[in-house]
Design a protein around this ligand. Sequence first.
Ligand code: TYD
Length: 211
Amino acid sequence: MSGLFITLEGPDGSGKSTMIGLIGQYLKEQGIEHVITREPGGTAIGEKIRGIIIDRENINMGPETEALLFAASRAQHVHEKILPAVEEGKVVVCDRFLLSSLAYQGVGRGLGIQEVKAVNEFGLRGMTPDLILFFHVDPEVTLLRKTKEGGDRLEEEGGVFHREVYEGYMTLLRMYPDNVVVIDAEKSVEEVYAQTIAALTEVLKSKEETL
Ligand code: TYD
């Protein structure tokens, strides 16, 4: 039996991390077998790659290198964790996936959406999310929330970069609207949670119906 693959996307500071914890709690309460994971990282190898990516000392990293490292971390994640869990029938919930690379490296770094997509597809083994929860927050709000001093190498990028990433996401949502639910993440945690669980139960229900 095949499980479900759900990803969370959005700009830095959109509150995904809080929500993924609550999603995990909800799935536990429902007795649904699940795996909560994140990118970059998610595996021992992926976490090492994450360390290289976010290290503030790596100021010389080229944009292509950055894109390849994210893609490598993702390939290992699919190979070692995501694909096996979905094949076992589990619900896999992942904080960031392909869309992050398309927005951050494809648009933010200016490498091109199609170019970054091609590099990633090599390691995806056809894994596409059954549901993408996109946490929408106006860039002015996220910049205030997150781009503070002491962030990691990407968080410390300036406002122009983060605005480009936001615009990149908006373009991507128009290009690939399938399986995307946009969550208004400027609301209170309770309201964001309610929107998230509504989208989640919908996809869980449609999976049950196809069994
Ligand atoms: P993370 O620490 O998970 O940040 P957040 O909590 O905001 O999700 O991710 C580190 C940074 O890496 C974050 O700024 C987003 C960025 N990123 C990319 O640029 N490309 C990618 O493919 C992924 C997965 C993340």
